[in-house]
Design a protein around this ligand. Sequence first.
Ligand code: ADP
Ligand code: MG
Length: 256
Amino acid sequence: MAAATLELWKVAKRFQGVVAVDCVSLTAAAGRVTGLIGPNGSGKTTTMNMITGLYPTDAGHIRLDGVDIARLPPHRVAALGVARTFQNIRLLATETTLANVLLGAHRHQSAGLLDVLLGLPAVKRSEARETARCEALLELIGISHLRDVPVGGLSYGDRRRVEIARALATKPRLLLLDEPAAGMNFAEKQALADLVLAIRDMGVTVLVIEHDIEFVARVSDHIVVLNFGREIAAGTPEEVRSMPSVIEAYLGTEDA
Ligand code: ADP
Ligand code: MG
């Protein structure tokens, strides 16, 4: 599958009078990494939740390769090749790394329900293929040694990587990462940056939300800056970092 183009046009969302996203327009170009940054509460996660169908939009359009997806439920958006990771990691703690990643691969099993019920050889072949594919992903991400370890006991950085592996197992055309570097040490962030670039080079469009501006600048081809639910700047990492409005928005918060 080819990398997808994502376009948001004047997207808005409010919660009981609180304007979470006021008016956001952005394009995540096919096969590129787009960074979405901004202080806490600026509407980044809400934007991602609207893209993935978790929240319906109040206004505006969200298009994936020209098709409006703003009103589709999450499973329909996922079926179009959109995968994500969560700001608060969501994995099955008592299951192993491989089992969690296989969950992402599940929808690609080619065997039908009847084959499964009858325990036909086609099922075993399909399972073996998916397992091999997931093992290759663990290798790519550098977590093969954690294959049989329950994820509940893993470090924060490792659990984030398992989540990325699970998202990749769905064979996405667009990957959305919500603060993937949060809680990672310097070396882990370096490895993650290389991984994001490798994912892009595999032909996946990436939209990454991050607080760590160094990280975003390193991986992004294009950066969009939000503040109070509005886009305040956009451009290349170099352009955005020198903009007074961006410096001001970032100086206003402790942890940005
Ligand atoms: P960010 O990810 O940039 O930190 P969010 O998108 O999480 O920001 O939040 C933007 C604003 O919307 C915040 O004021 C937040 O409290 C509010 N918000 C987000 N989700 C909800 C929700 N489900 N219900 C009510 N308010 C929400
Ligand atoms: Mg957030």
